[in-house]
Structures are given as structure tokens and as C-alpha cells.
Design a protein. Sequence first.
Length: 137
Amino acid sequence: MTEETQSGPGLSDEALAALLKQAIRDTLILGAISSLALLVASGWRNAAMLATGAAISAASILEWQRLIRLINARLDKQKLPRSAAVVVLFFMLRLFIFAAAIYGSLKCFQGSVVALLCGLGLAVLATTWGALRLLKG
């Protein structure tokens, strides 16, 4: 008897992986379109800030996806991949690298903090939108 592994109520591991992959794509598309619109409306500094935030958002979803795979393997009592320590290390390292990227973008681009925050919020928006679509359909 094979049973599909569940990550949550009615959400398989495969569906979660597809949701996060779609969220990465949506984040990058929304970031590019928003950055182009901001470039025309407000200048390159604010567009660069938004693009930086969107890139950090997409990379954050990717790191969360790797961490979720590791946690699911542990919960399902499967053999942990050899790279389990590497995944956790890169997750922690990502926090420091992205903090430096945020600080650097604020200092170098000298654009709007609001544009950066909007870019950083794209991950939440794309993930929520994908989850709602998954629950609806």
C-alpha cells in the first residue's frame, strides 16, 4: 500500500514543490515588470532597489524550498541527504549575504526603502497567490 506523502492538509510534497517553483517564477516576473514600470516612472535608483528586493525574494523561496525538503525527509523518517548540513549552512549564510545585499543596495543605489520593501514582499505575495490558486482549484 503506497500512500502519498502529505505536507499539510490536502497538500502533497509534489504539490508544495510545484507551488514554490511557480512562486519563484511569479516573483521574478512581477519583479521585472515592476522594476521596468518604476524605471520609467521614478528612475533607475528605485528600479534597482525593487529589482534587488525581488531577487532576494526569489532566492529566499529557493532556500526555503531546500529547507522544506530536508524537514520533510526527516519527518517521513527517510534517509537524510548527505547535503543536509550544507542546506542548513547555506540557509544561515543566505541570511548574512542578503543582509549585506540589502545594506549595500541602500548605500549604493540610494533609492527608496519602500521600493526595496515592495521587492522583498513579492515572495509573500507570489506564495500566497499560488496557495490560494491551489486551494481553489
